[in-house]
Design a protein around this ligand. Structure first.
Ligand SMILES: [Zn+2]
Length: 299
């Protein structure tokens, strides 16, 4: 794996903020799955939750990459326009929120194509990036990286480089860089950020981990990386800022991880944005054109 070395020319490290735009009923692997055709019958909370989040980011002058579910773009096109108007990056989270390792390459390609169709109708800039639902891009489905390149995408942010519920890609590099796909091509991979906590690799900076971890631990995790000139990546969902969302039936463990500390997410993110700089993936890696990506200096 080659490392991208020119992501930052400034003294202050810019960190990466990412938001997976989906609704309260898109929590994965529910005991009784809700079919896609029924999603439209459920209360829409993603619209207002995302608008509130946009206001928060505006207050701190922070930019983010929004990995939007194609289904959300289909039913809330104006929301996608608003995200882009505020200077954030639009990327794809697929259409129907399926785990990658549950799909064949053809099914995966169809799902991403459909999401790109709806996103491209409303986004003015080309879509460059993808994040898999549940970070489900595992070693067994690294073929997905070639599908992304075939569909014109240039980066992926789906790798969780430790063991995990929905997948995980053990022994994957922990830093962003160009990786070689099974077909021998290169794609920029931006894995989930791991931190060293008392000699143990841990996740602190996204979803339930972010909501459980005390602020001081999150702050020291980001500082630890920035001291080495490395950006940290945070990932959150609009529903994580919504303590009043309807509760879904799940196992005790999943219920805890899905709903713990929802009332603390906003305040915690505000503290983070107050103390650190955050930007979108396209701004940090200057993905404004194909030419710039191929010109990335690698070590
Ligand atoms: Zn998701």
């Amino acid at each position: 794996m080659k490392l991208v070395t020119d992501y930052n020319e400034n003294q202050t490290v810019e960190n990466i903020l990412t938001i997976d735009v989906e609704d309260w009923f898109h929590i994965l692997e529910l005991p009784s799955e809700i079919p896609v055709k029924d999603w439209i019958k459920l209360e829409n909370r993603v619209l207002n939750n995302t608008l509130s989040l946009l206001n928060l980011l505006h207050r701190y002058n922070a930019k983010a990459t929004f990995f939007v579910l194609g289904w959300v773009a289909q039913y809330c096109p104006d929301l996608i326009r608003e995200i882009e108007n505020q200077g954030h990056e639009i990327a794809t989270h697929g259409y129907s929120h399926q785990l990658v390792h549950h799909l064949t390459p053809d099914e995966f390609a169809q799902d991403i194509s459909l999401s790109l169709e709806y996103l491209s109708r409303v986004a003015s800039k080309p879509i460059r990036g993808y994040r898999a639902p549940g970070f489900s891009l595992t070693q067994d489905c690294s073929w997905a990286l070639d599908v992304l390149l075939d569909l014109g995408l240039t980066y992926d942010a789906s790798v969780f480089p430790l063991k995990r519920n929905h997948g995980g890609y053990e022994n994957f590099a922990e830093e962003a860089g160009l990786v070689t796909t099974p077909q021998g091509r290169q794609i920029l991979e931006i894995p989930v950020t791991c931190n060293d906590v008392m000699g143990k690799k841990m996740y602190l900076l996204g979803g339930g981990y972010f909501r459980i971890s005390p602020y001081w631990l999150i702050e020291s995790g980001i500082k630890q990386l920035n001291k080495q000139d490395k950006p940290a990546m945070i990932y959150l969902h609009p529903r994580e800022f919504d303590p009043l969302q309807p509760r879904l039936e799940m196992s005790k463990k999943r219920t805890f991880m899905s709903y713990v500390n929802l009332h603390k997410t906003e305040g915690k993110l505000e503290k983070v944005l107050d103390n650190f700089q955050f930007n979108s993936i396209e701004n940090i890696w200057r993905l404004s054109s194909e030419v710039e990506l191929t010109e990335l200096r690698v070590a």
